[in-house]
Write a protein that binds this ligand. Structure first.
Ligand code: ADP
Ligand code: NG1
Ligand code: MG
Length: 486
């Protein structure tokens, strides 16, 4: 992969218990040592939910939890896929061509290795060859799966990276992030690219403000006196197993299309996202909110109504806007989804502005160029935490009421936190998964205790010790890496 600074870094194999154990498991299964490893982190999105696929910026950071994949290149074009967790069954798959079968199980749920195949299919199409080296792969993941912390993208991205490396492919981080975003859509969800972007472009100590088209990541210094606490709701949601996720994506597309048509845009035919619509109308976000209320005021739109407004046949709507798992839907909520998107986009801008203004004023006061020098905002300012926290709370309320992607356990976690004056929100796609809370550092221990007592023990009836693995404070981590003997 070369040593270009924009490429995924290649480091010497670290000596630690996890690597040693994985190497041993690999040896027991394959009779040889892995020749390299790839490591791709999960992420927590601080703010900007369900807007990446509408083209709006988001503000995630990488977690310490990751997918670690041990790999060995072989001559026969076969993938030998193994997992350290034995609930994920072993499988061997021939890869003679670029045809990769990513069909889910009979209930429509993807097999675990389908995420690996997505990454490999994407890499194959990118390299566009018909001759492949095979791989022995052993996966060890510790990102809670189906929980909004992006275990899926870490798995897709790790597979794509491991495969590209095996075929001697070169790509910089931005290119591979875009390739992995495209690859993961083979699982069936029409995601926006936030997860794969942060997986590759993350930097230690700062969150990233990710913009799309073109893809870019700019560091955002977070308050030094704040901790981000992640707490699991104990409800899992596999996003590719239902049409909840894609339904939201297409409701946003239809909203964009109708507003484009009714506001008389000449390039209406080309509009697919709410951000394209905004750009073409040359409006600010406040003006977009007014247009939503003016042009799509109804609580519900039937497919027939949408056809009439757009002057299109049902078959055309199906082909242009809908996905295979949303074609049968007959009613859509457009106003609510579009309002969430534009208001959430405003909250991201506000969040970023507050962080950068505080950084600026701190630096001016101290004559420094970078706060405390470690990428954090040396704020010591409770107003700042309050302002940021308020935006996170508003985000949750909007996801719950307008976007309808929360879960009663998530709402309960948010309410418990609120009573303790901690602002929080669901993170990731929702319907289960985790909350992320902004907590003053000095209150972290107390807050985690409270969640254990009030949520895990009292509400979920767990014993306190087992609650340990469901709630943790986290700091921004770095992005994907390759390890090999240098
Ligand atoms: P997330 O919010 O974690 O990205 P998704 O619904 O997008 O949730 O993807 C979750 C799926 O990813 C799991 O159901 C499983 O198939 C796969 N997955 C996640 N982590 C692992 C792992 N360590 N090993 C195998 N498969 C995994
Ligand atoms: P999770 O929760 O990790 O599956 C999904 C999408 C993101 C983004 C968020 C909601 C994929 C791979 N991920 O994340 O792009 O839309 O939901 O903000 O589709
Ligand atoms: Mg996912």
């Amino acid at each position: 992969m070369g040593d270009n600074v924009n490429n995924v870094p290649i480091l010497d194999i670290p000596v630690n218990k996890r690597i040693l154990k994985l190497s041993e498991q690999f040896y027991n299964d394959f009779g040889c040592k892995p020749s390299y490893y790839v490591r791709v982190p999960g992420r927590v999105n601080i703010i900007g939910e369900h807007i990446d696929y509408c083209g709006y910026p988001v503000l995630p950071m990488a977690l310490e939890q990751d997918i670690l994949m041990a790999a060995n290149i072989i001559d026969e074009p076969i993938l030998y896929l193994r997992n350290a967790d034995n609930k994920y069954k072993s499988v061997d798959i021939k890869i003679n061509t670029q045809e990769v079968d990513i069909t889910p199980d009979l209930n429509g749920k993807p097999y675990w290795y389908n995420y690996i195949l997505c990454g490999i299919k994407g890499a194959m199409e990118h390299l566009n060859s018909n001759e492949w080296k095979g791989l022995q792969l052993y996966v060890d993941g510790n990102i809670p799966p189906a929980s909004g912390l992006s275990s899926s993208s870490a798995l897709v991205s790790a597979a794509c990276l491991a495969f590209l490396y095996a075929q001697n492919g070169t790509l910089d981080k931005t290119e591979i992030a875009s390739l992995c975003a495209k690859s993961e859509r083979y699982i069936g969800t029409q995601g926006g690219g936030m997860d794969q972007a942060i997986a590759f472009l993350a930097k230690k100590y700062s969150a990233q403000y990710i913009t799309f088209q073109p893809l870019n990541a700019a560091p955002v210094a977070l308050p030094e006196d704040a901790a981000f606490v992640v707490a699991h709701s104990l409800a899992e949601a596999n996003k590719a197993a239902t049409n909840d996720f894609n339904r939201r994506v297409i409701e946003c597309r239809l909203a964009a299309k109708i507003i484009a048509k009714l506001s008389g845009l000449t390039c209406e035919g080309k509009i697919l996202t709410l951000s394209q619509l905004q750009r073409n109308l040359n409006n600010n976000l406040e003006e977009m909110i007014e247009l939503v209320l003016k042009y799509i005021p109804q609580e519900i739109y039937t497919k027939k109504e949408i056809c009439d407004i757009l002057n299109m046949k049902e078959a055309e709507i199906d082909q242009i806007f809908l996905t295979s798992n949303t074609k049968h839907l007959t009613e859509f909520k457009l106003k609510q989804r579009a309002l969430h998107v534009y208001q959430e986009a405003q909250r991201v801008e506000e969040f970023r502005k507050i962080c950068s203004q505080s950084e600026l004023s701190h630096n001016t006061m101290n004559g420094a160029t970078n706060g405390s020098g470690n990428g954090y905002l040396n704020s010591n300012n409770s107003d700042l935490l309050l302002a940021l926290g308020k935006l996170m709370s508003e985000s949750h309320e909007s996801l719950k009421t307008l976007y309808e992607c929360s879960h009663e356990n998530l709402d309960h976690l948010v309410n418990i936190s609120q009573k303790f004056d901690i602002n929080s929100r669901l993170t990731g796609a929702g319907w289960g998964g985790c909350i992320v809370a902004l907590c003053p550092k000095e209150k972290v221990e107390q807050y985690i205790e409270l969640l254990k007592d009030e949520f895990y023990v009292k509400y979920c009836k767990l014993d306190k010790k087992s609650a340990d693995s469901y709630v943790f404070a986290t700091t921004p981590n770095h992005g994907a890496l390759i390890y090999k003997n240098l």
